[in-house]
Each structure stands twice: as structure tokens, then as C-alpha cells.
Design a protein around this ligand. Structure first.
Ligand code: ASN
Length: 318
């Protein structure tokens, strides 16, 4: 992989770079407006995010994890963490008051410095995180396919000037669902360890990858060992979304937490709700905003899509 120079902070940009950054900014604004409209029109409730909480995503086990520091502080005599994702909040909210919900959720993941050079990792990012009660993976696929096909079509119609100015109008393909579905086991057999990059370089339309062993909240069929979860990979880019059908059965949740060595005391509420049968079957996912805009704009580093770049290993004053 060719190392990528990190994006500069706003005060360091040349006049030409300011123009480019402004065009990317217009595409970010348009993308947020278009995606959130799709979810609102589909009947989703728009929840505001939290930043500090006792429960957050353990991000473990995850074969792609590279977390260097987990931020934990005491407030009012209780330990809280910065959100690595609002997965626990989503599962409880979708099981109770908000059966179809989404959140533009700011997530902090202090990745190892070497990830600063991949162009795909940032230590603060925002995901459009959504969850649906009683939904299947297929429901999520259809929703995301509709949202992304609609977005790209609308961008090509309404954002021609900004896309052309950054040289992406012709290069950006129109999308067409349904996207192909691959099983991770088949890809590993075909390509070996580098399957993700290999698939991304071969496809011309987005593709779903299913059956990825990871955190306790993703659904695992104990009889077959298969996982009912998914990532979405964009052509020549890589992952922009991950999600799953969820575990809600008490015995399975506990068993997986124990197997994974996850600290149960940080998840008392979700455990309690599962025990009382109040955790409902749901499915959902999160779309990485900087990643989807990174794909759309074709930037070398997704932090170029952030006004205040969050490149692992580099802390600017702002
Ligand atoms: N948002 C993801 C999901 O819905 C979880 C994550 O970000 N790790 O599954």
C-alpha cells in the first residue's frame, strides 16, 4: 500500500486547496441532506447522539480492530466512556420507544498511528447508525441499496459542478441494486487474507460480504457457526458500512460475552433486558459518513472530508 500524506488543517491550505475543500464540503452537506431525507421518508425517527456513557461498543473481538487507547473518565462518581459506537443504545431504543431509528453518531476510536497512512481510518468519525425492530438482513440490504442508489443519482444531477471541479463527475458510477452478496468464507478460500482489498479492486458495483465473526451483538447461528451480519464494500475503495441481525436471546448474549472476555458489568442494562425478554429482534447497520463521502469524492485520505482532520497519530490544534 502506498503511504498517503495526511490532509492539512484549514489554516495551512493554499487558495486552490481551499476551493477543493469547499467543493468537498458541498458534497458532504448534500450527502447528509439526501441520506437523512431518505431515512425520514422511510418512517425512521431521528435520534440525537450521546457522547459519554457507561455502555459502549466493545469493538471486540473484531479482526480489524486496532484500538490504542480507550477513553474512560469518572463523572458524578461513575465511570463513562466516549462512544465507540451507539450499538447498545440502538438495541435498547429500537426494542422500546423507537422501532425504526437513526442517529448521526460521533464515534471516537483511537486507532494506532500506523493506521494514519491507510487513508481509510480516522480517530473521530460520524456514522449514520440505524436500527429496525423485527427486520432481517434482507430488509437492511434493500433499504441501503435504495438509499445509496438514490444518493448517487441525485448527486450526479444536483452536484455536477462540485463533482466536476474535483474531477469525480465522470469517474463516479451510477449504482444499481440489488448488490451482489459474498460469503466471507468463500472469499478467504479464493483470495486468502487479502480478500477485502482483492474484492474491492475487482468489483464495479458495491458488494455485500456476509458471515464475519465479530462482537457479541451480531447474530451467530450456533448450529452452523455462520454469522448473520454484513459489511458493504465499494468498488476500488473498501468498507463503508457494517451491521447485522442482532442477538437478543439472554443465554446466547451471556455465552458470547463470556467467550469474548467482554466485561459484563459494563452491559448490565442490555443483559437485564434480554433476561426479561424485553430485548427485541432487530437488525441494523452504520454507514461511515467520511467513508461514503470519501468514496464519492475519490479523496486520497478520508480525513480530507473532515473540516478538522482526525488522522491517527496527528493531533492538530483544532
Ligand atoms: N454501527 C455498527 C452496527 O450497527 C456497529 C459498529 O459501528 N461497530 O452494527
Amino acid at each position: 500500500m502506498t503511504p498517503i500524506n495526511p490532509p492539512k488543517s484549514l489554516d495551512q491550505l493554499t487558495a486552490q486547496e481551499i476551493e477543493r475543500k469547499a467543493n468537498i464540503g458541498k458534497i458532504v452537506t448534500y450527502t447528509l441532506g439526501n441520506l437523512t431525507s431518505t431515512y425520514v421518508n422511510e418512517g425512521f425517527q431521528w435520534l440525537l447522539p450521546v457522547v459519554l456513557s457507561q455502555s459502549t461498543d466493545p469493538l471486540w473481538p473484531d479482526p480489524n480492530a486496532s484500538i490504542e487507547t480507550r477513553i474512560e473518565v469518572d463523572i458524578y462518581g461513575k465511570p463513562v466512556r466516549t462512544m465507540s459506537s451507539m450499538i447498545v443504545h440502538k438495541l435498547i431504543a429500537a426494542s422500546t420507544v423507537y422501532p425504526k431509528l437513526f442517529i448521526l453518531s460521533p464515534n471516537v476510536r483511537i486507532e494506532k498511528s500506523e493506521r494514519g497512512k491507510t487513508g481509510k481510518h480516522i480517530y473521530e468519525f460520524t456514522q449514520l447508525d440505524f436500527e429496525i425492530q423485527n427486520a432481517t438482513s434482507k430488509d437492511v440490504f434493500l433499504l441501503v441499496e435504495t438509499a445509496l442508489c438514490t444518493l448517487i443519482k441525485a448527486l450526479k444531477k444536483d452536484m455536477k459542478e462540485a463533482l466536476s471541479a474535483i474531477g469525480r463527475f465522470d469517474a463516479l458510477p451510477t449504482l444499481e441494486g440489488p448488490f451482489k452478496i459474498f460469503d466471507r468464507e468463500d472469499l478467504e478460500a479464493k483470495y486468502g487474507e487479502t480478500w477485502e482489498a482483492d474484492v474491492a479492486s475487482e468489483i464495479t458495483q458495491p458488494a455485500w460480504i456476509t458471515n464475519l465473526p465479530r462482537e457479541f451483538y451480531d447474530f451467530e447461528d450456533f448450529s452452523t457457526g455462520k454469522w448473520d451480519n454484513y459489511d458493504l464494500i465499494m468498488p476500488q475503495f473498501g468498507e463503508v458500512l457494517s451491521g447485522s441481525k442482532r442477538e437478543y436471546d439472554y443465554a446466547k448474549v451471556i455465552k458470547k460475552m463470556e467467550q469474548h472476555g467482554v466485561r459484563k458489568e459494563n452491559y448490565s442494562l442490555i443483559i437485564q433486558m434480554a433476561k426479561e425478554g424485553r430485548l427485541k429482534p432487530t437488525a441494523g447497520a452504520g454507514i461511515g459518513i467520511e467513508r461514503i463521502v470519501g468514496y464519492i469524492t475519490g479523496v486520497r485520505h478520508i480525513a480530507e472530508c473532515q473540516p478538522f482532520p482526525r488522522v491517527p497519530g496527528i493531533v492538530h490544534e483544532l
